[in-house]
Design a protein around this ligand. Structure first.
Ligand code: C5P
Length: 322
């Protein structure tokens, strides 16, 4: 009798992101908005334990407390299995630390982690180009988490380019239990369909990207850190504006809401200043974090999946790779 295929397991990270800057341009004919943003991965993250076993029919299960309805992990798993033309029993256990609806990309990073982990566990290579395509269909922020670090996001946020990376910087993240609806936040901005070619070009953005050097502390970016959602979200939730001001009073050299909110981050010149500042927020959840560069992001993945990367199946490579 043939022995049943053995289970392959991994415990993979799913780091959160912040937006170091976020400009929303016009509304596009497909109802998405044209963005100019800089994404940055940070040390706050979820963990996903994955058990993978080849099977005759696919069955997917995710354990998470509290349960997340329509968990994007399941959609990501179904999509990547279909891409690999594989059937499998896959069980996920999600240890959730990233607050939901905070503008931290919690669902998107979970989806990207599944897209990276399952090919390695299945011993298959899926190119980064195909992964990016599948990721973008799952959500605008998902492709960023395939590479992490600091990246310029254009189009609806899924067109990504490596950006000069600030040096590892320490910050405090305040996560009020306010759930901001992303589609509603975009709606409130009241952007119109615009077709003038100039509206796609942001001179301020261009000049900053030429001037910024690698390895500067994140707080030196302060003139560049803006978020177009702050005005509309602060109008609806004035307490978020107060938190931003309080971070500045606690010594942050820059403080900004991330994504469409509600989380707010501030950067400090060192870790101990960040730890001290977090104490100014005794009645609200706060996290001291550091920025995570692309190389560190990749090595975290390698540490988790390297053991499964048989026959050079991981990391995924672009079509230009040797
Ligand atoms: O792509 P994703 O599912 O994350 O987007 C959620 C919603 O946010 C979209 O349905 C859309 O209403 C809005 N959105 C947008 N422009 C973007 C990204 C998202 O209008 N660039």
């Amino acid at each position: 009798m043939p022995t049943p295929p053995s289970v392959r397991t991994a415990r993979v990270p799913a780091l959160a992101k912040i937006n170091l800057t976020l400009k929303v341009l016009h509304k596009r004919p497909d109802n998405y908005h044209e963005l100019r943003t800089v994404f940055q991965t940070i040390s706050l993250g979820d963990f996903i334990e994955v058990d993978y076993r080849p099977a005759k029919t696919t069955s997917l299960q995710v354990e998470c407390t509290p349960e997340i309805p329509d968990n994007i992990i399941l959609r990501a798993a179904a999509a990547i299995l279909q891409e690999m033309r594989l059937k499998a029993e896959v069980r996920f256990r999600l240890r959730k630390r990233i607050p939901m609806g905070g503008g931290l990309g919690g669902g998107s990073t979970n989806a990207a982690s599944v897209l990276l982990a399952l090919p390695a566990l299945a011993g298959k290579r899926v190119s980064i180009d195909r992964l990016t395509h599948i990721a973008a269909a799952l959500g605008s922020d998902v492709p960023f988490f395939l590479c992490g670090g600091t990246a310029l996001g254009l189009s609806r946020g899924e067109e990504l380019y490596a950006f000069p990376e600030p040096r590892v910087s320490h910050g405090v993240l305040i996560t009020p239990r306010i759930h901001v609806s992303t589609p509603q936040a975009f709606q409130s901005l009241g952007r119109h369909l615009t077709v003038t070619p100039d509206s796609r070009i942001m001179n301020s953005f261009q000049s900053f990207s030429w001037e910024v050097g690698d390895n500067l502390p994140a707080w030196s970016w302060r003139g560049f850190c803006q978020n177009d959602f702050e005005e509309v979200v602060f109008a609806q939730h004035p307490e978020i504006r107060r938190l931003k001001k309080k971070l500045i009073s606690a010594g942050a050299s820059v403080a900004l809401m991330t994504g469409s909110g509600s989380a707010v981050f501030g950067f400090f010149s060192n870790r101990s200043d960040a730890v001290a500042a977090a104490k100014a927020f005794p009645n609200i959840e706060s996290v001291v974090f550091r920025t995570v560069k692309r190389a560190r992001y990749r090595s975290l993945w390698w540490e988790c999946l390297g053991a499964h990367a048989l026959e050079h199946t991981w990391p995924p490579l672009s079509r230009y790779a040797e």
